[in-house]
Structures are given as C-alpha cells and as structure tokens.
Write a protein that binds this ligand. Structure first.
Ligand code: FAD
Length: 419
C-alpha cells in the first residue's frame, strides 16, 4: 500500500474502498491478508490520513452514507467512532498519558541496566523471537508503517503475556513506527489488551485464531507456537484514573476571525479542508513535530508521512487562501512570523492529550493566556467526547443521534482541487 501523504491520495483511497465499506466490511474485516501493493481490500487503511487530519471523520462518514444505508455500514461507522471515543476518553483522563510517558521512560532506563531484558526487547522489536507470526508483524510494522487491527491485538497480547515485556515498551514501539501512531488509540488499545482499560478483561492471542485469520496472506497462515495460555492473568495497577471535566471550545464564528489571523497546522491537523474555517487566514503556519512521538523519534515511514502531510498542507493552504505559509519549529520564536504577517491571533486545531500537545503547548500557552489563541474543534468531537466517560457502549448507543445532531448525511467523496 502506498501511503502518499496528500489529500488527493486520501480521497482516492476513500473512493476506492467505499464499495467495501458496507456488509462486506463487517464480514471480512477481521482477516489480516498481509500487505498488498494496491492496498488491502477488506479494511480501509485510511488511518494514516485520518490521524494526520488530512481527511476528517465527518467526510469519511458522509462518503460511506452516500453509498450504504446506516445499517449496512454499521460496523464501519462504529469503528470510526472508536477513534473518536478513545480521543474523548483520554481527554478526560490525561493522567493516563502522563503516567504512560513516565512508565515508558522508566522501562527504557531499566533496559539500559539489564542485558537479559535488553536482549529480549531487541529480539522482539527486530522480529527475532522465533514466534513466526510475531516476527513477521514486527518486521512488517517497521517496514511499512502499518499493521492490521487484528495483528495489532495479537502482537500486543504476545508482547505482554508471552514475552512478558513491559506494555509501555510495546506501545512506544508502535507509536514510533505506525504512520497512524495516535496517543489515544494506541495507549488505550494497549491498555485494553493488557486488561487495564476494562479492568480485569484482557485479550489473549490464540494460535488457532491467528492461523484462521491469516490464511489469506501471500505466505499462507502464520504459526504462533507456545503462546501464553488461559492462565495468564490480566495486568493490574494500584489506582483508578479519576475523570476530569471536559472544557471544550465553542464553535468558532466568522466574527471571531474578522481580524487577520494565522492558521496553525500540526501533526494531527495537517490540512485546512476538514477544518471548514469560516474565514481565510492571512498566514498558514506548519508545526511538524512527529519526532515527539517517542524518545527514539519517529520511524522512517511515520516521519516521512508526517513531514509530507504538513508540507502539502502548507502549500494547499497558501494556495487556497492566497496567503504566505511558514514553517515553525516548537522552541523557536513564533512572534517574528506573526509580526511579519501582521497577525495577532492564531487559530489552532484542538491539540489532543498526547505527544502533539506536549510538543507544542509549552510555546502556545503564553499566547493562550494572552487571549491570542482561537481553538478549533469539529462538531463531531464536541458532541461525542462528553459520552466517552467510561466504556464505549454509551457512544455506540448514541451513534445515530450523533450523526443526526452533526447533520452528517450521504455526500459523495469530495473532489480534490489540489488545495
Ligand atoms: C494495540 C493497538 C494499537 C493501536 N494503535 C493505533 C494507533 O496508534 N492509531 C490508530 O489510528 N489506531 C490504532 N489502533 C486501532 C486500529 O488498529 C487502527 O485504527 C486500524 O487498524 C487502522 O486501519 P484501517 O484504517 O484499515 O481501519 P478500518 O478497519 O478501515 O477502520 C476505519 C477507521 O476507523 C478507526 N478505527 C478502526 N478500528 C479502530 C480501533 N480499534 N480503535 C480506534 N479506531 C479504530 C480508524 O481511524 C480507521 O482508519 C490500535 C489498535 C490496537 C489493538
């Protein structure tokens, strides 16, 4: 699969996948058929573009509903809501992310002082454990920047329960290499596999299940001998994470953007189109910081995609709004860019809990305190996140209502104009 980091490529992939997003998706989505030059046929592989904000969830749902009834596309639509749910959940428990970072750093430090552990970790991340399926996925992840959902579940389970490695090292390995590496979906999915998200309910990989759902891979079904059995216990932690109240920004009006302003694009909002801005900025700023995903930086596919998406987003924004575009690296002064463009305020797409916020907020917080930041948040996130208080069920139950509330209805895949 060619993950070209442009909006044109995202829309082309969406259009190509659309016929399969209905009942066929529900029936076939669990199969890991391996990497395919033209992309997998049973899953959309849209996650890299969705994560980077090159395409939005609303656009994807509209396109799907233009070809399928809500019932026929129920499974696909539900999966898109899992992404939104995880974002809303982490937003209400940001301490999970902070503790993950601390635990990851401690686990990395422990590796440095323990040769046996270091060997086990290196074998796992280089795909040299002797567990065929696991080794194939480790190499596939580093080699392509993508893994099928089921493979992610099996891989995480084997990492935690068979290889008995620290889950945070595995989550870091994923974040580094996955093009779609997302603080919320990744951290919370690893916690789910471990039995920490739904307390006491862990996910155990089984060889027969792996063989069944990998039978369509070019090399044939993958073997997974000597996996941890049913006696493996879920992980535990000493405390629950208290939920904090969401304080979400209101929809932004054209009146609030009447004075010249800059639009800041970042790693999770790299293109202006999904933002549906009510006014045109006088400057587009690109703030790429994909290296902040992991202490080890971003893997080559993840980094190339993030850099390409932001470079393309800046060019498209400048062309669409007829304004200049400038790159800004967090830590460098931002004021000269704003002064040169004659703007006071910056419209910033919501910085979600995780590495994107960690990387950019220290520089933006003083501007926010001075009332110079206008935060942009899409209607779908604003409506869904308050329901992501605990389990997924309240979100799942409300999907039809959320779609109606956000006026999402069948609409053909947008035609890309190149900007
Ligand atoms: C251990 C583990 C780690 C993961 N890490 C990430 C991550 O860093 N970033 C990420 O985007 N997803 C992550 N996922 C979720 C899921 O695996 C991917 O979103 C999905 O595989 C992307 O492929 P796709 O676009 O073909 O999905 P499709 O099946 O085509 O689904 C359409 C879209 O729905 C969303 N989606 C689908 N399944 C899930 C899910 N289980 N959770 C959340 N959103 C979902 C994605 O945005 C996806 O693009 C992780 C899952 C596990 C088990």
């Amino acid at each position: 699969m060619d993950f070209t980091p442009t909006r044109e490529a995202a829309l082309a992939r969406l259009a190509a996948f659309l016929p399969a997003a209905g009942r066929r998706y529900a029936e076939t989505r669990n199969a890991d058929d391996g990497p395919r030059p033209g992309g997998r046929s049973n899953v959309s592989q849209l996650s890299p573009w969705l994560h980077a904000g090159v395409i939005g969830e609303t656009e994807v749902l509209e396109a799907v509903l233009s070809e399928h009834s809500p019932r026929a596309a129920e499974k696909f639509i539900t999966e898109v809501f899992w992404r939104i749910y995880f974002k809303g959940y982490l937003e209400q428990r940001p301490a999970i992310w902070d503790d993950y970072c601390k635990g990851r750093d401690n686990a990395l430090a422990a590796l440095a002082g323990n040769a046996g552990l270091r060997k086990a970790f290196t074998e796992a991340s280089e795909g040299r454990t002797g567990i065929e399926a696991f080794d194939v996925w480790a190499r596939e992840l580093a080699g392509t920047g993508y893994l099928h959902n089921h493979a992610r579940m099996w891989f995480a389970s084997i990492w935690i329960f068979t290889l008995k490695l620290d889950w945070r090292l595995g989550a870091d390995f994923f974040l580094k290499h996955l093009i779609d590496g997302d603080a919320a979906s990744n951290t919370l999915s690893w916690r789910w596999v471990a039995g920490l998200h739904t307390r006491g309910k862990h996910y155990l990989a089984r060889a027969d299940n792996i063989a069944r759902y990998t039978a369509g891979r070019p090399e044939g079904a993958l073997a997974a001998a000597r996996l941890a059995g049913d006696e493996a216990e879920p992980l535990t932690e000493p405390h629950d994470y208290a939920r904090q109240t969401l304080d979400l920004p209101r929809p932004v009006t054209a009146a609030e953007l009447a004075q010249p302003f800059a639009l800041l694009l970042h790693d999770e909002a790299a293109h202006h189109a999904p933002l549906a801005l009510p006014a045109s900025p006088a400057l587009v700023i690109g703030a790429e910081r994909s290296a902040a995903r992991s202490p080890g930086g971003a893997g080559r596919h993840a980094q190339a995609f993030a850099q390409g998406a932001l470079a393309g987003g800046m060019t498209s924004g400048a062309a669409a709004f007829g304004c200049p575009a400038a790159q800004w690296r967090a830590g460098a002064p931002l004021a000269p860019l704003l002064v040169a463009a004659g703007v006071e305020r910056i419209a910033v797409p919501f910085l979600p809990a995780g590495w994107t916020r960690d990387a950019l907020w220290p520089d933006l917080a003083p501007l926010a305190a001075a009332g110079r930041i206008i935060t942009l948040l899409g209607d779908l996130d604003r409506a869904t996140w308050p329901l992501a208080k605990a389990g997924f069920f309240p979100v799942a139950k409300a999907i039809d209502a959320l779609i109606a509330e956000c006026a999402i209805q069948g609409r053909a895949v947008p035609v890309s104009t190149g900007n």
